[in-house]
Design a protein. Structure first.
Length: 279
């Protein structure tokens, strides 16, 4: 008995040690980002981990420099990420409900055909999407950044798998009471799927917030719709780079993501295993 307890103790101790080491590896890039943001450019590449004279001027310059409209970049990113994540989640929820609870001809074939598109590299869609955006005259617009990425096959898969676990008896009871399909969706399906809905919103928000390549493609340098990922790249020129200010701006850019995950981590963790078991 004592041997079993002793073995269990050391197993937990080793597990916690490995998790702590892993946590340090994860946190170190953030620590280094803040450290560089508090240094002058002349000390950016110094390997010392001590701050002799913390330089808060980099953060103030980001907020007040008229040549660098950080506020506009931030608002554009927030708008694109919020609207894009919301619409993506809604579309995937409707699609997941249709594939999980409706019967129509070719349902399984269509679903697996959509799943097969996940094997196609996303870069292959870049040129066709740009051609469509250009034809619709959506260059330098919010819709040009948002609409081409609203379809999310992985999100559709998550929604379908989770909604299949919702008992059909609940839906039948609602239909007997006279509820329409739209009422069933909003009043039964969505409240019961809040965990997976929140998780998909978080993942979609993170994708739109950090989507550098597409936002660079559909915006010209003089556009007033530039977002934070592009704004961060502006600190790097052809021959020089202002790494201290870049890291200061990066510190501001992670705040929305950190806040969202802080308040929604419960739903995110539950969503990782949601729909794994079908009853």
């Amino acid at each position: 008995m004592k041997s079993a307890k002793f073995s269990s103790f050391w197993s937990r101790a080793i597990l916690y040690l490995l998790m702590s080491i892993g946590g340090l590896f994860v946190l170190f890039p953030f620590f280094w980002m803040v450290l560089v943001a508090l240094k002058p450019d002349s000390e950016v590449f110094a390997l010392n981990l001590k701050l002799i004279h913390p330089l808060w001027k980099n953060f103030l310059d980001i907020l007040h420099d008229p040549s660098y409209p950080f506020g506009r970049f931030f608002i554009n990113s927030l708008l694109v990420a919020t609207v894009g994540a919301g619409l993506t989640t809604l579309i995937c929820a409707f699609g997941g409900y249709a594939f999980a609870k409706k019967n129509f001809y070719g349902k399984e074939a269509l679903f697996w055909a959509l799943m097969a598109t996940m094997m196609i590299p996303g870069m292959m869609f870049l040129v066709p999407q740009f051609a469509l955006v250009t034809r619709f005259h959506w260059i330098n617009t919010y819709q040009g950044m948002i609409v081409p990425h609203l379809a999310n096959v992985f999100g559709l898969f998550l929604m379908r798998q989770y909604m299949e676990t919702i008992p059909d008896s609940l839906l039948e009871a609602a239909r007997i009471d006279g509820a329409s399909e739209l009422q069933i969706f909003w009043r039964i399906i969505m409240p019961l799927s809040i965990t997976i809905v929140t998780m998909l919103f978080l993942l979609s928000f993170l994708f739109h917030w950090s989507n550098f390549l597409w936002q660079l493609v559909v915006n010209t340098p003089e556009s007033d719709k530039l977002t934070l990922p592009i704004g961060l790249a502006l600190f790097k020129g052809q021959y020089t780079a202002e790494y201290a200010k870049m890291m200061a701006a990066a510190c501001f850019s992670i705040i929305p993501i950190a806040v969202i995950f802080l308040f929604a981590q419960k739903f995110f963790i539950e969503g990782l295993t949601a729909g794994a078991v079908k009853e």
